[in-house]
Design a protein around this ligand. Structure first.
Ligand code: ASP
Length: 366
């Protein structure tokens, strides 16, 4: 029996659809991506489309047959954004648009794929996870390091696996798919600007490993809570900043970060969450910030690991009221702060509590 699935693809921009301009710089090319994949036999089954699906829209394609998942037909519809963006040019406005488009189409599709630049992909995948409460379908963000128009492109593999996972598997999370790995979106970081294997999930397991077969790591996938209905949160508070600490920082430098309108700050501290305990000038500025009810979140500047208070230099921070971000990535901590500060009618302490709570799998409970 035919088992159909429908996937909505939002093509937002990124290297995946770029070509070189006359100065040799990569820029997104409008109206070219769909034409490219439509005539690519591994991405679209033109015969099947003609034979069985005459009613397909211009922007609807069919995945050619793939190894057994129990599903034999995945139809995917591609919506191209205008303008297409290098992800370095993206911000809150685009995050809201992506979340709203998924929200508006939530009941019509089995899964969603977002084609996106790699540079800020980890911010987008983190923020979308907070914006979508009670998500019960896969939302997979992917892209490529080499444009689809080039011979050695990694785009085809990334897009095909993303479509298959979004259409056929029950993974109710915002994820990033890259280089044969499906990662939890709010655990993801871009770790390489030139390797094809550009993303990592430093503190959490992969959700799917793609080899000859797709190895689904069920144990690490979030369980759906049926009692929570899908709800979009589009009110993000952008009055947040990010500061990576360094030994020669001055009191004035820190103060300038914490001036109004700042309402929240993510501090990347050393190692397991340490700042200098012998700098009363610095500690005083942080104490005053907490007294002014600025949310100060402490995460590590190490690529892997968590903050703890194993050292005096870390313990002192909890004493003056910094909130431990434990093992959250910088991208997750910053976007969670935007989300938590955007929630209406909460007290300062309730917001602090939410920052410490595991909302979407972004933080490990100890
Ligand atoms: N600058 C590009 C972007 O983030 C890089 C990429 O997509 O790989 O849009």
């Amino acid at each position: 029996m035919e088992q159909f699935r429908k996937v909505l693809v939002l093509y937002v921009g990124g290297t995946i659809g770029m070509q070189q301009n006359d100065k040799g710089a990569l820029i997104p090319i409008p109206n070219a991506f769909l034409q490219k994949i439509k005539y690519h036999s591994e991405m679209h089954d033109a015969e099947k489309a003609k034979k069985y699906f005459r009613a397909l829209k211009e922007n609807e394609l069919i995945l050619p047959p793939f190894r057994a998942t129990g599903i034999n037909t995945v139809i995917y519809e591609l919506i191209e954004y205008s303008p297409l963006l290098d992800s370095s040019n993206m911000s809150t406005k685009e995050w809201v648009r992506i979340a709203t488009d998924i929200g508006r189409n939530y009941n019509k599709y089995d899964g969603f794929v977002v084609l996106h630049g790699t540079d800020t992909m980890a911010y987008t995948s983190s923020v979308l996870s907070f914006m979508m409460e009670g998500l019960q379908k896969p939302v997979i963000i992917t892209g490529s390091q080499i444009p689809i128009f080039e011979t050695r492109s990694d785009a085809k593999d990334n897009v095909l696996s993303s479509l298959i996972i979004a259409g056929c598997y029950n993974i109710p999370e915002v994820c990033v798919f890259f280089a044969n790995k499906l990662l939890r979106g709010n655990r993801t970081a871009k770790i390489s600007s030139d390797d094809l294997d550009a993303f990592d999930s430093p503190n959490y397991h992969t959700l799917v490993d793609v080899g000859i077969n797709m190895k689904i790591n069920h144990h690490h996938i979030r369980k759906v809570d049926d009692s929570v209905h899908f709800k979009l949160h589009t009110n993000l508070n952008s009055k947040v900043v990010l500061l990576s600490f360094f030994p020669t920082i001055t009191r004035e430098m820190l103060q300038s970060y914490l001036k109004p309108p700042t309402q929240g700050i993510v501090i990347q501290s050393y190692g397991a969450g340490n700042l200098p305990s012998n700098r009363p000038d610095i500690l005083q500025v942080l104490r005053e910030a907490v007294e002014r009810e600025i949310l100060v979140i402490n995460v590590t500047q190490c690529a892997r690991g968590a903050v703890s208070n194993s050292y005096e230099c870390g313990m002192v921070l909890e004493m003056i009221g910094l909130t431990s971000g434990r093992d959250m990535t910088v991208e997750a901590a910053l976007t969670k702060l935007m989300y938590v500060l955007g929630l209406p009618e909460l007290t300062y302490l309730q917001r602090v509590e939410l920052m410490k709570t595991d909302l979407r799998g972004e933080i490990t409970n100890t």
